[in-house]
Every structure is written in structure tokens, then in C-alpha cells.
Design a protein around this ligand. Structure first.
Ligand code: HEC
Length: 147
């Protein structure tokens, strides 16, 4: 589009993209989560971790429902991560990240500050003053690996 102003370029792109969004979203939601590899986590520990996740560790306050996300937006300070990525968005907030298939994609958090799932749990332990012991950290990590 030679000579186009910036706003007409934005309008042109919007006109190309908007009609395709519903189909793209439907496709995205049709993708199933790959199951964790066999023997990649301890089932009994994961079961103990599930109870902690929904209870004393408070994770399900934000990571709830089938995708493990309440779908709501939270200030970075609520989770203690770097707010700068969120500040580039319209809301300045972070959506509670869905947690399925976590084992596939370290590092974690928008700022990549947690290299492993143990780092994630230890981060929350400190930020939310959970007081988890090493055994509790371990079973919570096994549960996260199972999602
Ligand atoms: C106050 C709401 C809230 C609570 C409580 C909470 N989370 Fe989160 N969680 C979030 C938000 C918001 C993000 C996105 C933050 C970011 O990326 O900087 C997130 C991100 C994550 C991620 C990173 C996912 C990824 O793909 O990078 C993991 C893993 C996670 N949370 C696990 C947990 C666990 C385990 C607990 C409990 C110990 C927990 N969360 C408690 C809201 C919450």
C-alpha cells in the first residue's frame, strides 16, 4: 500500500484479520493437550500434589476449571513477577496462565524467571508465604508435571 498513512494501514490489516479470528479461535480450541510422557512423573506424589494445589498452596484460587485458568486478569504484584511484559498490553495485567502441557515449555512466567517447575513452586512459596516443606514442594511439582 504505497503512500498509505499509518492509520489506514492499521485499518487495512484489521479488515484482513478480524473476519478470520473466529475460525482461528475455533481451531486453537480444538487442539488437544499432549499427555505427559509415560513414567515422567510419580502418580502417587502427583495425587498428593493435587490436594495441595487445591488447598493449602492456594493455586486453584486463580488456576481453576478445565484449563486451570480462571480466565481473569491479575496484577503482576499478585504473583510477584516482572510487570513490564503486562505493561505493554492494553490492560497492564496478566491472565492466569492455563497450565495444561506445562512439562513441554520451560522456562515459566512471562519474564522467564522460573527455569523449572520447582523454581515456580519455590517462587510462590516465598511470594504467598505458604511455608511449604521440601516434601510438599516435591509433590506439587509432580502434580504440575502431570497436567
Ligand atoms: C493470584 C492468582 C494466582 C495464584 C494464587 C497462583 N497463580 Fe500461577 N499464575 C497467575 C498469573 C496471573 C500468572 C501469569 C504471570 C506471569 O506470567 O508473569 C501465573 C503463572 C503461573 C505459571 C507459569 C505458566 C507458564 O506457562 O509460564 C505456573 C506454572 C503457575 N502460575 C503455577 C501456579 C501454582 C503452582 C500456584 C500455587 C502454588 C499458583 N500458580 C498460584 C495467577 C496465580
Amino acid at each position: 500500500m504505497p503512500g498509505a498513512t499509518r492509520s489506514s494501514t492499521v485499518e487495512w490489516h484489521r479488515a484482513q484479520v478480524t473476519p478470520r479470528l473466529a475460525a482461528l479461535a475455533a481451531y486453537q480450541h480444538s487442539l488437544s493437550t499432549p499427555p505427559p510422557p509415560a513414567f515422567s512423573f510419580d502418580p502417587a506424589d502427583a495425587e498428593a500434589g493435587r490436594a495441595l494445589f487445591a488447598g493449602a498452596a492456594r493455586c486453584s484460587e486463580c488456576h481453576s476449571g478445565p484449563t486451570f485458568s480462571d480466565g481473569r486478569l491479575h496484577p503482576a504484584a499478585a504473583v510477584g513477577t516482572d510487570p513490564r511484559h503486562a505493561q505493554r498490553s492494553a490492560t497492564g495485567l496478566y491472565r492466569a496462565t492455563p497450565l495444561r502441557g506445562l512439562w513441554q515449555h520451560p522456562p515459566y512466567f512471562h519474564d522467564g524467571s522460573a527455569a523449572t517447575l520447582e523454581d515456580v513452586v519455590r517462587h510462590y512459596d516465598g511470594h504467598l508465604h505458604l511455608g511449604l516443606n521440601d516434601a510438599q514442594v516435591r509433590v506439587l511439582v509432580e502434580y504440575l508435571k502431570s497436567l
